[in-house]
Every structure is written in C-alpha cells, then in structure tokens.
Design a protein. Sequence first.
Length: 153
Amino acid sequence: MFRKDIAPAQEQDKVNTLIGVGTEIKGTIKASGGIRIDGRVDGELHHEGDLIVGEEGVVEATIKTRNATVAGEVRGNIEASGRVEIVSTGKVLGDLVVTTLVINEGAVFDGNCQMRQTGPDAQGRRSLKGRLPARSGGTPGETSPPVSGGSAG
C-alpha cells in the first residue's frame, strides 16, 4: 500500500500541487514537488520539482524550476536547472536559462535563450575554435598549402 522504495527524484516527478481551471493565484508560490497549472498564476514561482503548464494554464511570472513543460501560455522568464519543453500548443513570451530546450512544431517562443553548460568540460564548450574542421576538409589545426598559379598537367 505504501511504497518506501521510491527514490526522491521519482517523488518529484509526480504532481503534488494542482492549480485547476478557474483558479487564480497572485503572489509567490514556493514548493518542492511537481506543480500542474491549468488556471492562472501571476507573480513568482520557485520550486525544485517539475512544472507543467496545461493547455488552459496562463502564467505571468518569474519561474525557477527543475524542469518545465509548457502546453499553455507563460509570460515571463524561466530559469530551469534541467529541461524546458514547449509543446505544440504552448507559448513562451520571455527569456530562458536552461540546460536542455525542446520546442515542438507549432509552439511559440519569443525571447532569448541561454544554455547552461554541464559536465566536466563545461568551460571548454563555449568556444568552437579547434573543434570544427578546416574549410579545406582537413582536421582542426591543419593548414592547407598555398595554392600556386601553375597549370595542371
């Protein structure tokens, strides 16, 4: 009946808080579990779980979360330590700071996106220098010999 073998990460995946259609909240929401919004939220949203904005949901807020899935409308900035997905019915009007971003066909995103770096080589990922092949098809760092004006054979 009660499961004790559920890991904390799995606990956060379930929806603990539901803001239903016809419900309007103004102010700051702080939570640790999953939140699904099908109503309207104005203000700030800070939580460590996963956020779902349903198709009927309208959020006008600054959002800090782990992961977010947007099927409704978000007007405001989203900072996610993980993934943000905007599904085909979703609309985000604001800036994003994310590790992973997925924008499905038909979705609307109007803003700027800053991708967070993860992993041991996070500092080195910013620069493409030395990682792209030379235009001549050589390897990075390889230079092509100068082209002479001579005739071919």
